[in-house]
Design a protein around this ligand. Structure first.
Ligand SMILES: Cc1cc2nc3c(=O)[nH]c(=O)nc-3n(C[C@H](O)[C@H](O)[C@H](O)COP(=O)(O)OP(=O)(O)OC[C@H]3O[C@@H](n4cnc5c(N)ncnc54)[C@H](O)[C@@H]3O)c2cc1C
Length: 436
C-alpha cells in the first residue's frame, strides 16, 4: 500500500494539459505542470470551440471562465462553388450555443493562472521534458534538458501531436494519410477592430471551392480575418501559385472564384495577406495510450485534423474523462496502490477511444468530399444547376452530419461527486503543499 501522496506531473500546457491542471487544482490536488514555451502566444493555435468544447469548459472552469476573453460566436457556415453560394446554415445549427472562436493564448493564460492558484500546484513555463525516467518497469518521472529529474507517480503526457514522451515510451502512433495540408494567412488589413472595412460576410465561416482550389475565410477571435488555403497533402506542384501562368497575388487568386461582394472586397487595396504559413496536417491515433505510470492525452494520443475544429474540444473532453477517474484516487486521504492508478489509465483510454475514432473518420470524410468536389468541375456545375431545388436538402443533410462533430459521440460530464469536491476545496487548500 502507498503511504506518500501521489505525485502528479503534467507535461504540456496546451488546452488538454491546462484544463486537466485546473480540474486538479480546484479540488486541492497538487501537481507540477511543465510547459516548454515561455509564451503561449504562438501563431495559429486553433480557436473554434464547438458546443461540446464549450460545455466541457463550463464544467472545467465554471460559467465565468470565458468572461472578458477575446471571442466571437460564428454567425454560421456558408458554402460557395465557383463564385455562387450553394447554401448557408445559421448558428446555432443544433440546440445549444453557437460555435465560438475564442483566443487560445488568452484561454490558456486564464486556465493556467487559475490552476496555479492552489498550494502545491506549480506551473513551470519554459521547462521541457527531455526524457522519461523509469523504475521497476514503471514510468517514474521525466528528465529535464538541464539534467534535473522530476520524479512522479503519474506522468500525464499532454505534449501535443509530435509528443516526444509518446515516442520515448515506445507507444506507437498510427498515422492516417491526410487528404489535405494548409497554407494559413492572416489578413490584418481586414481587421474589424481597425478603420479598415470588415469582411463583407460578417462572422460567417465561408468555404469557397473553385478551379484553383479550396479556401475558408472567417474573422478570428481577435477580429483579424484569417484564411486557410487547402492544398492536397504534400502536393506542392498542384499549388496554383507554383504555376508560372498563375502569378496573381493571393487576394486576386481567391477573388476569381469568390461571390461578387467578396471578390470586390478582396480586390480592395486595403486588403493584404501575410505570407502564408505552411501547415502540414498530421492526423493519427495511438492504439495504446498508456504504460504503467504514463498516460497520453489530447493530440499526444490522437493528433486531430483541423477540419471542423475538433482538437481542442477533444483535448478538453479527454481532460474531463481523466479527472473523473483520477481525482477520486488522488483526493486527500486516498491511498491508491500503483496498480489502481494504472488500471484507471487504461479505463480512461478505453472510454475516450471510440469517440476519437468516430470523429477522425467523420473529419476525413468531410475533407475527402471537399477534395472530390474541387477535382470535379462537372459535379460543382451539377450541384449549382440543381441548387434551387437541392439546396434545402443539402443543407439539412449537412447539418445532420455535423451533429456528432458538434456534440461529441459519448455523454461525458464531470462526476457529481467531483463537483461537490470542488466546493470543499477552499478548506482543503489550507493544508501545506505536498508536491515537491
Ligand atoms: C491549423 C490548425 C487549426 C486548428 N484549429 C482548430 C480549431 O479551430 N479548433 C479545434 O478544436 N482544434 C483546432 N486544431 C487542432 C488543435 O489545435 C489541437 O488538436 C489542440 O491544440 C490539441 O491540444 P493539446 O493540448 O493536446 O496539444 P497542444 O495544443 O499541441 O499543446 C501541447 C503543449 O505541450 C508543449 N510541449 C510539447 N513538448 C513538450 C515537452 N517535451 N515538455 C514540455 N512541454 C511540451 C507545447 O509547447 C504545447 O504548448 C487546429 C489545428 C491546426 C493545425
Amino acid at each position: 500500500m502507498r503511504r506518500q501522496p501521489v505525485r502528479v506531473l503534467i507535461v504540456g500546457g496546451g488546452p488538454t494539459g491546462a484544463a486537466l491542471a485546473l480540474l486538479l487544482s480546484q479540488r486541492g490536488i497538487p501537481f507540477i505542470l511543465i510547459e516548454a514555451s515561455r509564451s503561449l502566444d504562438r501563431l495559429f493555435r486553433g480557436e473554434a470551440l464547438m458546443p461540446s468544447g464549450l460545455a466541457a469548459l463550463e464544467q472545467i472552469g465554471g460559467a465565468d471562465l470565458l468572461d472578458g476573453l477575446p471571442q466571437r460566436p460564428l454567425a454560421g457556415w456558408r458554402f460557395v462553388l465557383d463564385g455562387r453560394e450553394l447554401f448557408r446554415a445559421a448558428e446555432p445549427l443544433t440546440p445549444g450555443p453557437a460555435c465560438t472562436l475564442v483566443s487560445q493564448p488568452a484561454l490558456l493564460e486564464r486556465l493556467l493562472e487559475r490552476a496555479a492558484d492552489c498550494p502545491g500546484c506549480q506551473v513551470l513555463r519554459g521547462t521541457a521534458a527531455a526524457g522519461l525516467l523509469e523504475q521497476n518497469g514503471r514510468i517514474a518521472g521525466v528528465r529535464l534538458a538541464d539534467g534535473q529529474e522530476l520524479r512522479a507517480d503519474l506522468v500525464l503526457a499532454c505534449d501535443g501531436r509530435s509528443s516526444s514522451l509518446r515516442r520515448q515510451a515506445g507507444l506507437e502512433l498510427q498515422e492516417q494519410s491526410s487528404p489535405l495540408d494548409l497554407h494559413w494567412f492572416q489578413l490584418p488589413g481586414a481587421s474589424t477592430t481597425s478603420a479598415a472595412p470588415p469582411l463583407p460576410q460578417g462572422d460567417w465561416f465561408t468555404t469557397v471551392v473553385g478551379p484553383a482550389g479550396i479556401f475558408s475565410l472567417f474573422t478570428g477571435a481577435t477580429g483579424v480575418a484569417q484564411l486557410a488555403w487547402v492544398r492536397p497533402h504534400r502536393a506542392e506542384a498542384t499549388d496554383p501559385r507554383q504555376h508560372p501562368q498563375a502569378a496573381a497575388p493571393w487576394p486576386e487568386c481567391w477573388a476569381r472564384q469568390s461571390p461578387p461582394e467578396l471578390a470586390a472586397w478582396l480586390r480592395k487595396g486595403s486588403v493584404h495577406a501575410t505570407a502564408p504559413v505552411p501547415l502540414a496536417v498530421r492526423v493519427g491515433l495511438a492504439p495504446l495510450w498508456h504504460r504503467p505510470g504514463l498516460l497520453l492525452l489530447g493530440d499526444a494520443a490522437h493528433p486531430m485534423s483541423p477540419v471542423r475544429a475538433q482538437g481542442i474540444n477533444m483535448g478538453l473532453r479527454d481532460a474531463l474523462a481523466a479527472a473523473n477517474h483520477l481525482i477520486p484516487l488522488l483526493a486527500e486521504g486516498a491511498q491508491p496502490a500503483t496498480s489502481q492508478l494504472d488500471a484507471a489509465l487504461a479505463t480512461i483510454a478505453a472510454e475516450r477511444l471510440p469517440e476519437i475514432q468516430t470523429l477522425q473518420t467523420l473529419q476525413r470524410q468531410e475533407a475527402e468530399r471537399g477534395m472530390l468536389l474541387q477535382g470535379q468541375p462537372w459535379l460543382r456545375a451539377l450541384l449549382l444547376a440543381g441548387a434551387p431545388l437541392l439546396a434545402p436538402a443539402l443543407r439539412h443533410h449537412w447539418i445532420e452530419q455535423q451533429r456528432p462533430l458538434r456534440q461529441g459521440v459519448t455523454t461525458l460530464n464531470l462526476l457529481e461527486s467531483l463537483r461537490l469536491l470542488e466546493s470543499w476545496a477552499p478548506a482543503m487548500m489550507q493544508r501545506p503543499a505536498r508536491a515537491e
